[in-house]
Ligand binder design. Structure first.
Ligand SMILES: *Cc1c(COP(=O)(O)O)cnc(C)c1O
Length: 411
């Protein structure tokens, strides 16, 4: 079935006992069994079933099935947040002494996780330019355990050439992990371009309504866990096959970290996904129109949006995303003061630290999300002081343009 249909139907069929058409919120901690033998079989993995909602929950399971189908993956693990999905993945693939390669200019929380938190456990990360496949190849060491990129780096707005990168990781025998938060399965399925694992922050476009934090890990099935440099996962692969990595997480890392989603949040994400296809079309259409309008505005120094023909990533984005370029753009107003005045002056666009909401959002990253970075670190992250980030919403484009026009008049 096509993605618009899967968004509504995948992962849940009406409950035979009640006929409920929408997946119920299974607000329960644990699950009762009739006999000691039955519960022992579930604990041993010999019989299917739920044990405790930190490990799995029926509402979360419906969300996982829906996301796995949208990504055409072999399975999915849902997490309390996008950061939880990234941390769980990284901890599942590394041990002390290992090494990771990540793209420069990616989400600030992910940079901090690799550079600071993961480093505390003796796992080193090398950051390389997202646009340079050669830089990724050159950074690979015997201890490298995975490569991490975003489909469109946030806020640097670079689009890595996924198939070319996948050829590099395949040759090295390590997984390519792709954060597809800003593209969602609507713009591309990273699996089709060679990605091995896909991570999402569900908090953004997938939820779409700015009402719950969440994350997910999808195994695309592209990586052969029997052959990688992961002894424990390789041993599991003999029993769990394609699901070895997710089983490794669910029965060890994820279970022990306790970063499970709540049943209510799982429900909100499931509902959000139903409108995702329609919303993404509107986000992309509005962002394209706003990027073109801003490009022609005399007070705007520069606009970074892959949908603009002169953008350095226009070709690769067009090839990967089927002629749509997402809902995120950045632009410059010449100074930090002008950027701050603009953000102060918008009325419709909300000034807040989120993206992918149905509402238009703006933020001045240098003074907020990247506040604790030094000027050099901000430059490396691709965050000049005058940059304004816009997550273009699905309001009527005339109203968005009117808000920007009025706010720019006062800059
Ligand atoms: C927001 C975001 C994250 C982190 O997700 P949370 O749900 O906020 O933990 C990771 N990657 C990208 C690209 C994001 O935009």
């Amino acid at each position: 079935m096509n993605i618009e249909t899967l968004a509504l139907h995948a992962g849940y069929a009406p409950d035979p006992s009640t006929g409920a058409t929408v997946a119920p919120i299974h607000q329960t901690t644990a699950y009762a069994y009739a006999t000691a033998e039955e519960i022992a079989a579930v604990f041993a993995g010999r019989a299917p079933g739920f044990i405790y909602s930190r490990i799995a929950n029926p509402t979360a399971a419906a969300l996982e099935r829906r996301l796995a189908e949208l990504e055409a993956g072999v399975g999915c693990l849902s997490c309390a947040s996008g950061m939880a999905a990234i941390a769980t993945t990284a901890l599942g693939l590394t041990r002390t002494g290992d090494h990771v390669i990540a793209a420069r200019g990616i989400f600030g929380g992910t940079v901090s996780f690799f550079a600071k938190t993961l480093a505390r456990f003796g796992v080193r990360t090398t950051f390389v330019d997202a646009g340079s496949v050669d830089a990724f190849r050159a950074a690979i060491e015997p201890a490298t355990r995975f490569v991490f990129v975003e489909t469109i780096t946030n806020p640097r707005m670079e689009v890595p050439d996924l198939p070319a990168l996948a050829a590099v990781t395949r040759a090295a025998g390590i997984p390519l992990v792709v954060d597809s938060t800003v593209t969602t399965p609507m713009l591309l399925r990273p699996k089709e371009w060679g990605a091995d694992l896909v991570v999402h922050s569900l908090s953004k476009f997938i939820n779409g309504h700015g009402n719950a934090i969440g994350g997910a890990i999808v195994d695309t099935g592209n990586f052969d866990w029997r052959r990688g440099p992961f002894e424990d996962i390789g041993a599991l692969a003999r029993r769990a096959g394609k699901l070895a990595f997710l089983a490794h997480l669910r029965t060890l890392i994820y279970r022990d970290l306790g970063c499970c989603p709540s049943p209510l949040n799982s429900f909100l994400h499931l509902t959000g996904i139903e409108g995702l296809p329609l919303r993404m079309e509107a986000h992309c259409r509005n962002a394209q129109a706003l990027a073109e309008w801003l490009s022609a505005h005399p007070k705007v120094d520069w606009v970074n949006y892959p949908g603009l023909p002169d953008n350095p990533c226009h070709e690769v984005a067009g090839r990967l995303f089927g002629g749509r370029y997402g809902g995120l753009l950045t632009f410059g107003l010449g100074s930090a003061a002008a950027a701050a005045r603009f953000v102060d002056a918008t009325r419709l666009a909300r000034n807040l630290a989120n993206l992918g909401d149905s509402r238009t959002l703006v933020i001045h990253p240098a003074s907020t999300i990247f506040q604790e970075f030094s000027p050099d670190e901000r430059a490396a992250a691709g965050v000049p002081d005058d940059l304004v980030r816009v997550s273009v919403g699905v309001e009527n484009i005339e109203d968005i343009v009117h808000d920007f026009e009025t706010a720019l008049a006062g800059v």
